[in-house]
Design a protein around this ligand. Structure first.
Ligand SMILES: CC(C)(COP(=O)(O)OP(=O)(O)OC[C@H]1O[C@@H](n2cnc3c(N)ncnc32)[C@H](O)[C@@H]1OP(=O)(O)O)[C@@H](O)C(=O)NCCC(=O)NCCS
Ligand SMILES: CCCCCCCC(=O)O
Length: 186
C-alpha cells in the first residue's frame, strides 16, 4: 500500500461470532437491489461472498467487458465498488449494519478484461462506531493470473442504527429483501 492510512492504537479486534458460516460457507447479499451484491439488480456486478479463515471474507468478480475503463483494463470505479462491497460484507461479523464513511484504493497493477479477481477483506479493528477494514485483490484466473496483489484498499465503515435508512424509504424501488444476519445491536 502506498497511500496514507493510520490505525488508532486502541482498536478492538472482533472474534469470529457463532452465527458466522464456517470457512467456505456462503454469505448473504446484504440487499437484493444492491449494485454490488444484489440478485435483483440486473445492471449490477452481482458479487458473491464466502466466509474465509478467522474473520476474513472472500469475494470474486469476473471483469466483464462492460466494466472497462482504460482500454482493455478494469475501470477504477468498478474496482473501488468491488472493494467497497467486500469490505462492507466483512463487517457482517459485527452482526449490525454499517455504511461506508471513507475508502482509499491503491491501484498497483493493470487488471485486464476477462480476469477473475479474488478479494479478501477483514476488520482490522473497531472503536466506538468506527470499523477499520482492509482488503486486497489478486487475479486468480486469466492470462495475468498470479499470486501478486494487484490492488489494495483501506476503508472506514460506521455502524449505524437500522433507522438510518428510514428517510430513504420513498426512494426504494420495488420490494427488495434484506436478509437478517446476526442479531447484535448498536
Ligand atoms: C458515515 C455517516 C453515517 C457518519 O455520520 P454520523 O453517524 O453522524 O457519524 P459522526 O459524525 O458522529 O462520526 C462518528 C465517528 O466517525 C468518524 N467519521 C465519520 N465520517 C468519517 C469519515 N468520512 N472519515 C473519517 N472519520 C469519519 C467521526 O470523526 C467520529 O469519530 P469519533 O468516534 O472518533 O469521534 C454519515 O456521514 C453518512 O451517512 N454518510 C453517508 C454514508 C453512505 O451513504 N455511504 C455510502 C453507501 S453505504
Ligand atoms: C453488510 C453491509 C454492507 C454494506 C456495503 C455498502 C456498500 C455501499 O453501499 O457503498
Amino acid at each position: 500500500m502506498s497511500g496514507t492510512w493510520t490505525l488508532p492504537d486502541d482498536l478492538e479486534v472482533p472474534i469470529r461470532p457463532d452465527f458466522f458460516p464456517a470457512p467456505g460457507g456462503d454469505l448473504p447479499q446484504h440487499w437484493s437491489k444492491c449494485f454490488g451484491c444484489g440478485d435483483d439488480q440486473p445492471t449490477g456486478i452481482a458479487m458473491r461472498f464466502t466466509a474465509a479463515e478467522g474473520i476474513e471474507v472472500a469475494g470474486r468478480l469476473t471483469v466483464e467487458s462492460r466494466y472497462q475503463g482504460g482500454p482493455g483494463v478494469i475501470h477504477g470505479g468498478i474496482l473501488t465498488t468491488a472493494f467497497d462491497e467486500t469490505q462492507g460484507i466483512a463487517c457482517m461479523v459485527l452482526g449490525s449494519p454499517v455504511v461506508t464513511g471513507h475508502l482509499q484504493i491503491d491501484f498497483a497493477r493493470p487488471i485486464p478484461l476477462g480476469s477473475v479477481l479474488e478479494f479478501r477483506a477483514r476488520i482490522d479493528g473497531t472503536i466506538r462506531r468506527k470499523v477499520y477494514t482492509s482488503a486486497e485483490a489478486r487475479i486468480v484466473e486469466g492470462p495475468a493470473a498470479s499470486d501478486e496483489v494487484v490492488a489494495t484498499s483501506r476503508g472506514l465503515f460506521l455502524r449505524i442504527k437500522p433507522e438510518h435508512f428510514t428517510p430513504m424509504a420513498e426512494f426504494v424501488d420495488g420490494v427488495p429483501t434484506m436478509p437478517s444476519f446476526g442479531n447484535s445491536t448498536l
